[in-house]
Ligand binder design. Sequence first.
Ligand SMILES: Nc1ncnc2c1ncn2[C@@H]1O[C@H](COP(=O)(O)OP(=O)(O)OP(=O)(O)O)[C@@H](O)[C@H]1O
Ligand SMILES: [Mg+2]
Length: 352
Amino acid sequence: MENILSIPFLKHLSNDIAVDLGTSNSSISSDSTSIKFSESSFAAYDQRKKQVIAVGDRAKKMLGRTPPYIKIIRPIKNGIIGNKETACYLIAYLMKNLKLSNLIKPRVLAGVPDDSSEIERFSVLEAFRLSGARIVYLIEQIIAVAIGSDIPVMEANGNIIVDLGTTSCRVAIISLGGIVKMQTTPFAGEYMDKAVSEMLMRKYNLLVGELTCEKIKLQLGSAVKLDQKSSMHVGGRNIKTGLPDSATVWTNDVFEALSEPVNKIVKTIESCIESAPHGFINDIVDKGITISGGIASMRGLDRLITKKLGIKCKIAPEPSFSLVRGMERILADKHLMKFFFNSSQDRLSSLK
Ligand SMILES: Nc1ncnc2c1ncn2[C@@H]1O[C@H](COP(=O)(O)OP(=O)(O)OP(=O)(O)O)[C@@H](O)[C@H]1O
Ligand SMILES: [Mg+2]
């Protein structure tokens, strides 16, 4: 089949799909339909009917508002399938939105964490195969993130990339298409939401849901102290009285709550640079640090990193889509495909 599909005029019959299965958000794109689609990585499971009743943004909106027999699940954690059945629903839903022809099953490229085990990688492969993929290629997320952030990863250079997602902050130095050094810390989006929640309880005796904590972080969050203060009115439950209550939360409250995870992120980048082989240090200082992932858009984070480390930090173009952009580029470039995957069989890893 692959030989036939490599004939130029038959090539258009096959679709190539790039899929980022993120903990909070999943993105998918296809070369043939030029559609890029992104939704929340949530699924709602009805334990009485024993079936998935909603996926994506619809399921996320149900969070905290379900009867006890409906569970809101995040089927994916950091690129790894936690719950195969719901993950397959989510993947099928993402693929449906690409409006592909059903003639020939697609080739899929998906990202997995560099430290994932063979079993974890196998379950990602299986989920895609069950969802209708013809061939599944897996690549270390951080390499595709760097490619999608316009970093020339194939050069013999110390390129430093930081992916700031929901479950972790991943820092890597990449040269000649491979990871030279990598450091990871759990101080990322989810940890920040918890820090906001703890601040609300400590300061205002207020208990609020996780979606509200994330909303506060997105609206008021900042890595640097802001001159212009703004606020948000938040409703929840008073932890002392158990009754409904509300409070006005200020930018400064959120800045203080986020300062610990933000500083840990800066420290992780610093420590990765410190552990880099000497030959890369000049390159890193010359080329600077690129940040990607959802948190890269946090106000002032690039400025803070630049100030604290004395190395220019820039935000990747479309930072939330760096992974899927990188995978689109790999799929479209036969040299990169050959470099990362030298056979047309399903590959468990790009580097093995
Ligand atoms: N402007 C912003 N400021 C702060 N945090 C943000 C901002 N925009 C998005 N985020 C946070 O970024 C996180 C999502 O980022 P992203 O989509 O890169 O993660 P993911 O790929 O789903 O997770 P992971 O890579 O850990 O599996 C969420 O915690 C979200 O609240
Ligand atoms: Mg991610």
